[in-house]
Design a protein around this ligand. Sequence first.
Ligand SMILES: *[C@@H]1O[C@H](CO)[C@@H](O)[C@H](O)[C@H]1NC(C)=O
Ligand SMILES: *[C@@H]1O[C@H](CO)[C@@H](O)[C@H](O)[C@H]1NC(C)=O
Ligand SMILES: *[C@@H]1O[C@H](CO)[C@@H](O)[C@H](O)[C@H]1NC(C)=O
Length: 212
Amino acid sequence: MASSVLYSLLLLLFLHNPLFSTANLFHKKSLFREELDLSESQQQPLNDTPPTLFFEVTKPIKLPNTKPCSYNILQHDFGYTYGKPPVLANYTPPSHCPSQKFSKIVFQWNATCKGRQYDRIFGVWLGGAELFRSCTAEPRATGIVWSVEKDITRYYSLLMKNQTLAVYLGNLVTKTYTGVYHVNITIQFYPAEENDVSKLGALVSKYHTRLI
Ligand SMILES: *[C@@H]1O[C@H](CO)[C@@H](O)[C@H](O)[C@H]1NC(C)=O
Ligand SMILES: *[C@@H]1O[C@H](CO)[C@@H](O)[C@H](O)[C@H]1NC(C)=O
Ligand SMILES: *[C@@H]1O[C@H](CO)[C@@H](O)[C@H](O)[C@H]1NC(C)=O
């Protein structure tokens, strides 16, 4: 009887062993990562250091010569959000903008983070359509700041109606991983160039005169 109990115990231990070793491997990996991060932060004085600016390496968006109407559609701090539902907000069209005809619409993601954190995957949906999907930058003890832009003019009709905005960024905040992602999502609505409007007006009146 006693030996069969011992046998079962040994078998159980054996069966669990592969699990133990993967757990150890993961732990070693994260320890290594922490050591790396610590050595980096030890080299810099924590105070008086401005946040590091991460810049986007891409072809600039061709913008019209008009002053954009800026519309902040979400400001949120992503702390412990992993596995939670996305953050939801009611989106309403930019009725506050003086002009209601736009030739370019630009999505702008601005974020800051300070502390220790992994790079996190995130997505932005408007009325269920994916506007943007990306990955955060990895912060430093002294903080980072970055901004990403995307031309979303193709979603014009979607942007002119009430919608639900959904943003998911799965972040984990623990004693070790302290970075909270502070995010602003802004949409820049560029009115159609006055030139375009007056050209269009001239064309219409010319056509109109001819008809008369
Ligand atoms: C976002 O960042 C850009 C680039 O630094 C800046 O020009 C813009 O004013 C920022 N917008 C907001 C809402 O913080
Ligand atoms: C977001 O916008 C608010 C209000 O303009 C500003 O105080 C804050 O610093 C901004 N945060 C980021 C991450 O751009
Ligand atoms: C859109 O939402 C706003 C604010 O909630 C509301 O006042 C307005 O009636 C809505 N418009 C439509 C067309 O549903």
